[in-house]
Design a protein around this ligand. Sequence first.
Ligand SMILES: NC(=O)c1ccc[n+]([C@@H]2O[C@H](COP(=O)([O-])OP(=O)(O)OC[C@H]3O[C@@H](n4cnc5c(N)ncnc54)[C@H](OP(=O)(O)O)[C@@H]3O)[C@@H](O)[C@H]2O)c1
Length: 314
Amino acid sequence: MMKEWVDAETITIVVTGGDSQVAQDLVALAAKDKHFKLIALDQAKLDITQPETVRRVIDELMPDYLINTAAFNRVDAAEQNPELCYRVNRDGVKNLADICGELSIPLIHLSTDHVFDGHYASGYAEGDDVSPLGVFGDSKYQGEQLIRQFCSRHIILRVSWVFSDRGDNHLLRTLTKARTASEIEAADDRQGCPTSSADVARVILAMIQQLQNGADSWGTYHYCGAEVTTRYRFTEAILAAARQYEALRAEKIVPVSKTELNSEAERPASSVLKCKKILAHFGIRQRPWRNELPAVMRAIYQPDEATALQDKAS
Ligand SMILES: NC(=O)c1ccc[n+]([C@@H]2O[C@H](COP(=O)([O-])OP(=O)(O)OC[C@H]3O[C@@H](n4cnc5c(N)ncnc54)[C@H](OP(=O)(O)O)[C@@H]3O)[C@@H](O)[C@H]2O)c1
């Protein structure tokens, strides 16, 4: 899985948002490598909007790296409750940037394709102009800016269309609908690159390993799964994979425009992230999301076998 380490040292990593999709995969992956001591803190243990708690907990644990996966991620709910969204994605992130900057702890932060307006069908590079379409994207961009301002040793990793066997994501929402409805609608005018949360975890730990070995590659990076697809085609792939395990009620996927889905918030038409920089600086290549799908399906339908296979592979 991992390349050789320079030193046989233990790296202590604190992860915020310990119940998130990505945090759970970080826990699983780090457990396979004795160099990592990973402490995942859920919101009850570390609410990032509470500056005093953030300061006390981080000061006590003094990790080698802090990974922030905590976020207000509900894009539609953000339009109805902007105060809470900004409190978490902007002010909470500032609390982390402040303490990490002060204590010289590198901060690895996850951001999103929603910082862009999605008009470039060919995709977005790290240096492209941001122009968020809604509260969620704007709050994430403001969080990014505060990290750049207050914590020089940072990695901001923008990812897109994250899926896994848990949490709130397009794959699980699609399965829920497909069990009860005979037809489900999916946008065929939104394109992007699905990314498994296990793959995001792999990328983050690979970056940390290289930073630990002396790479001086701080800054903003993009990562997403390989193969651009549409929401419609992604839905098709999800249902085809699920049908190997269960008979679904849905017989038809109806292609619609994203505007017909009556969402509260506007979504970028293109969420495609160009991933050349992460390849150039860290040698990290995109993995095809279609290859990640079977493992996620196994984790949903045959959790015991999936765990056994993972243990064997490690
Ligand atoms: N999901 C995607 O498609 C996607 C796409 C692009 C970027 N990202 C970014 O990737 C990161 C991880 O995403 P994810 O999908 O793995 O996250 P997720 O599953 O939505 O989990 C987010 C976590 O943040 C926690 N949280 C919310 N407010 C908090 C607070 N004040 N203090 C501490 N924790 C708090 C939530 O806890 P509760 O459950 O207790 O509320 C939840 O466990 C986020 O930064 C997200 O913006 C995600």
